[in-house]
Structures are given as structure tokens and as C-alpha cells.
Design a binder for this molecule. Sequence first.
Ligand code: PNS
Length: 175
Amino acid sequence: MRTMEQSKGMEQAVYPGSFDPITNGHVDIILRGAQLFPRILVAVLENPKKATLFTTDERVAFIRDIFKDRPQIEVEAFHGLLADFVRSRRARIIIRGLRAVSDFEYEMQMAQMNQQLNPDLETLFMMPSARYTFLSSSLVKEVFALGGSVRGLVPETIERRLREKFKAQSESSST
Ligand code: PNS
């Protein structure tokens, strides 16, 4: 028998993103979400049109590894419309992190479009810890590529993966 939470689609929340790569700001939101919902499904966007540093499989594997001791947190790749993916998983809640006012307009547009596509959906905005408000995957990649430290901004495994990826890239460009 389905519980009331299950039939209302409230037993899990979907946390979508590109996660190229996951940062400690994302980790913070996932852990906060996990205090509110029995299950968090991290949905990693697979977009063949957008060039990413890490492949979809890599991005999924990294997040699975980070949360391997927390069965409450699941990770899946998705493509196409987020609204369709959320419906296909019988969920209703989308979690998005809001770092600053500058995020608001884009997030509001997305939330409203998703609501238009699937009126059952609710987008829940959560604020990360203040120490991560400036943090983004693109800044992490830029700083790392230019030799800056990203310690404390990404999980240690991601720091290692970044090092491996940039080393592999510089080796292949020098041959
Ligand atoms: O981490 P990001 O890159 O800000 O995440 C953006 C994401 C993945 C949530 C968004 O691009 C998305 O939902 N893409 C799927 C395609 C889609 O549904 N587009 C219409 C949403 S308004």
C-alpha cells in the first residue's frame, strides 16, 4: 500500500543540475534537502548540445561516490524536459539552490515554465550556507584551470578528478 506521502509525490524531491562538477554548495543543498524529504533524487542533465568538462557518466559516478554511505540520496542522469523526468519518477518537488538575487530571474522563469509544463510540480528554493553564495561550477573550473586553489570548495574526490582531467588534457594537447 502506498503511504500518503507516496501518493502525493512528497516522499522524494528531485534536485536537478549540470553538476559539472558538483561543488560543496551543491552538497550543502543536497544535505539540507535530505533533512526535509525521505529521498533526494539528484538528476544530472545529459545535454549533448552543451560541452561539459566531465561526461555524464563521470558526473553521475562522482556524486554517487560522494553519497555512497547515504542510501537516501540517489543519482540518475536525465535528458529532455525536466518536467517529464520528474513526472516519470512520480515526484512533484524540484529543489533548486538560490545563491543571490542574480539567480532569481532565471530560476523564476524555469520554475514557471516547469509549472506550465506540469502543473503538479512545485519548485522549492533553498539557500546554501552563506560561505557558498559565491560558488559555482564554472568558477571552480576557471580558478582550477588557472592554477588557483579550490580546496574546501569542492569535495576532495572532485579536486582529485579535476587534477586528473586537466593533466590528461594538457598531455593530449602537447602530443
Ligand atoms: O545546474 P544548472 O545548469 O543551472 O541546471 C539547469 C537545469 C538542468 C535544471 C535546466 O537546464 C533543465 O532543467 N534542463 C532540462 C531541459 C528543460 O527542462 N528545460 C526547460 C526548463 S525551463
